[in-house]
Write a protein that binds this ligand. Sequence first.
Ligand code: FAD
Length: 227
Amino acid sequence: MKLKLINKENLTDNIWAFRFEPDEKQSWIPGQFIRVEIPHEQPDEEGAKRWFTVSSAPYEGLMQITTRVTGTTFKRALAAVPVGAEIDMLEAPDGDFVWPDSELPLIFIAGGIGATPFYSMLKQRFHDHQPLGVMLVYGGRTADLPFRAEFDQWAAADPRFKIHYVIGEPLTPAGLTALEPKLNDSLVYLSGPEPMVESLGDQLKASGLPEAQLRQDFFPNYTEANY
Ligand SMILES: Cc1cc2nc3c(=O)[nH]c(=O)nc-3n(C[C@H](O)[C@H](O)[C@H](O)COP(=O)(O)OP(=O)(O)OC[C@H]3O[C@@H](n4cnc5c(N)ncnc54)[C@H](O)[C@@H]3O)c2cc1C
């Protein structure tokens, strides 16, 4: 399967959105991911393949990936793809980090670029006039977080959608419980840099969140220093 680059946009800082047209019709559930390959000369040890959330919503037709363009050989190769050129999509969209069918109150916790699956889910639901019944806690090293304007617009339009930004300080069970005292009675989705997701997930379980109420999406190679 091929993805043709239609356009790219610098969202903020070194975060770019790359929008592709698939060569055959793709369907996906918001929150799912794809794996792409961009062959390039002398790839570093991480190689030429990466997983990315499809950060666009299915109604848009185009498949967007949103990522930090850094110094890794893969990211440089991605940034150098000319508009109109194709990259390889290795597998069809997959994953179960999607909007749940649950009666429990819902909490999304994003570390920086980890907001991509939440953005896709909320964008599709907003478009479909479905309720955005979730509290999103969006943590970042700095305030220039991607998707912020749209999240704020959706929160203004739907009072069931609550958003809290936590900038420049770690996300902790105590801080999250201060925002939502019923945290441990909620279904919690956690997405972001792998070390943050692991450590905050462990802390949440240790502070009483049942394991069955925690869903995690790990972004490898991002750390507390670069997410
Ligand atoms: C299910 C799933 C969904 C995902 N969704 C997304 C997503 O939506 N968006 C996303 O961005 N990622 C996503 N990821 C993670 C993605 O696959 C990559 O692991 C991630 O983007 C990191 O890319 P990278 O390895 O190129 O390292 P980067 O994070 O780009 O770089 C790592 C750090 O090392 C430095 N560095 C490393 N090598 C060099 C070098 N040679 N020269 C200079 N500096 C260097 C970089 O500057 C940076 O600070 C997802 C992963 C999974 C499993």
